[in-house]
Design a binder for this molecule. Structure first.
Ligand SMILES: Cc1cc2nc3c(=O)[nH]c(=O)nc-3n(C[C@H](O)[C@H](O)[C@H](O)COP(=O)(O)OP(=O)(O)OC[C@H]3O[C@@H](n4cnc5c(N)ncnc54)[C@H](O)[C@@H]3O)c2cc1C
Length: 456
């Protein structure tokens, strides 16, 4: 405690940004993360304003040995961006974005959210692909890979990453790209926050303005689910889909007779000419009489609805699958009906396309050949019920596994080392451990899906 009080005053003296400590009116809001089940009380939350602030915080954490959590958008499902005691380095004030429309590149500070970046780039008719939610930070999302509405057309977010500026454990600010520290550049494209604090990313932008997209809601029968996935796999690369299978919530916007019935609520984005897009989405509309069909030509940025402040308590499990046939769909529906939580959502993303054309060893995200990503989210009320919902969601995931033992790091919960290793199969793991030893030998950056420097 004495050490922590001393560190808080030292931080207040040397940081340009704001330091928030217990007792501060902003403390409870500042320590809250997306996952409402996480309730940790750091000694200090430092809202850095620039790379110099970042370097000072990193150095102080190293010298004092206090735990250090890095926060961009605060959406880590495992709650890694906050800590009990110790320091949270909060990058949310670092939101500068410099777009070079002529070169179609952008330098983006890592406190930006996917929504803020997308909105700003839309002013030039340009976009970089992030995930499905506006409030997710580009920091965590990019470092884990980044799978979203342009995955089949342009690949993962990291496939558009050209360079990064990163403060390493020794407090130095390095540039990592294909020429400078190429090992580090390889590692941060999928390896998460293990190697330092990224202050800025340089991204490639694509000409994407109007797309054919939006939500399509269908009744979820085994046939409809399996056919939807088959159509998504057969579709041109311009079309990416994210399908959420769940029991219809009792919302006034949904007919009462539907409440509690299985639905498939999908978002589709066709990033190409609208007439071809209409042809590509027609088979989806024909799978069943839609409950809602909001597919239309739209600005790409409008694919992100306005986010509300929302802190669900969640257990998540993620896996890759080879197929979603009728039997798999039936397993999903049977489990949804038996959820131990308030509700469970099974989210299915068909991969392939540009993502699959990058060699598996080109980045630390190695699941290029995986065909389908399935993520299960169980939402529940009381954090003390966590063990039961975690166990149930684990069993649900086990029932869906088909042999691909990989995992997508960005959707990992707090699941232990075996699942972190699953995110980095084969030689990816040993390569990452060697780079970790080089840049963070004392494991200063350990509040993450951790790759320990002494791991075998
Ligand atoms: C509602 C929701 C929707 C999502 N949708 C998608 C999606 O569509 N596609 C997808 O790919 N993922 C998605 N994710 C997963 C998401 O990519 C990860 O949770 C990601 O870690 C969140 O990034 P963040 O910056 O918001 O999180 P934070 O909690 O702030 O950061 C998570 C971790 O990333 C590391 N980190 C963050 N920023 C930096 C930095 N600048 N330097 C070094 N390390 C850093 C740290 O280790 C930190 O603990 C979603 C998550 C949620 C909760």
């Amino acid at each position: 405690m004495i050490l922590e009080a001393h560190v808080v005053s030292e931080l207040q003296a040397c940081i340009n940004g704001r330091v928030i400590a217990p007792g501060d009116a902003a403390y409870d809001t500042a320590r809250a993360v997306f996952n409402g089940g996480i309730d940790l009380r750091p000694a200090a939350i430092v809202r850095a304003t620039d790379a110099a602030d970042v370097s000072r915080v990193v150095t102080l954490a190293r010298e004092t040995g206090l735990p250090l959590a890095i926060r961009s958008g605060g959406h880590s499902i495992a709650g890694h961006s906050v800590t009990e005691g110790g320091i949270v380095l909060d990058l949310s004030q670092m939101r500068a974005l410099h777009i070079n429309a002529g070169q179609r590149t952008a330098w983006a500070e890592t406190g930006l959210t996917a929504g803020a970046y997308t909105n700003a780039a839309a002013a030039y008719g340009l976009a970089t692909g992030f995930g499905d939610t506006a409030s997710v930070g580009i920091g965590g999302l990019t470092l884990g890979g980044g799978i979203g509405y342009l995955v089949r057309k342009h690949g993962l977010t990291i496939d558009d990453l050209l360079a990064a500026e990163i403060v390493t454990a020794d407090g130095r600010l390095l540039r990592a790209d294909a020429e400078s520290h190429p090992d580090l550049f390889w590692a941060i494209r999928g390896g998460g926050g293990n190697f330092g604090v990224v202050t800025r990313f340089q991204f490639r932008l694509h000409e994407i303005d109007t797309v054919l997209g939006g939500m399509l809601m269908l009744p979820a029968t085994p046939d409809v689910i399996a056919s939807f996935i088959a159509e998504a796999e057969a579709a041109p690369d311009e079309l990416s889909t994210i399908a959420n299978i769940m029991l219809a919530p009792p919302l006034p916007s949904l007919p009462e007779e539907l409440h509690g019935k299985p639905i498939l609520s999908a978002t589709l984005v066709y990033a190409g000419d609208i007439a071809s897009g209409e042809r590509a989405i027609t088979p989806f509309r024909r799978l069943a009489t839609p409950i809602a069909d909001m597919l239309r030509p739209m600005r790409y940025r409008d694919i992100y609805p306005a986010d509300e402040e929302y802190h669900p308590v969640i257990a998540a499990r993620t896996l890759f699958a080879e197929r979603v046939d009728r039997a798999t769909a039936r397993t999903i529906l049977d489990h949804l009906a038996a959820s131990t939580g308030l509700t469970t959502v099974a989210q299915i993303r068909v991969l392939g396309g540009a993502m699959a054309r990058v060699p598996a060893d080109a980045t630390a995200f190695a699941h290029r050949a995986s065909k389908i990503l399935i993520t299960l989210f169980t939402l529940y009320e009381r954090p003390e019920e966590r063990p039961a919902h975690e166990a149930w969601t684990t069993a649900f995931a086990a029932a869906l596994r088909q042999g691909d033992e990989g995992a997508y790091v960005n959707f990992l919960d707090d699941e232990g080392e075996a699942q972190v290793r699953a995110a980095y199969p084969g030689s990816t793991w040993s390569r990452l451990v060697a780079i970790k030893r080089r840049y963070d030998p004392a494991n200063l950056f350990r509040l993450n899906q951790n790759i320990a420097p002494d791991a075998l």
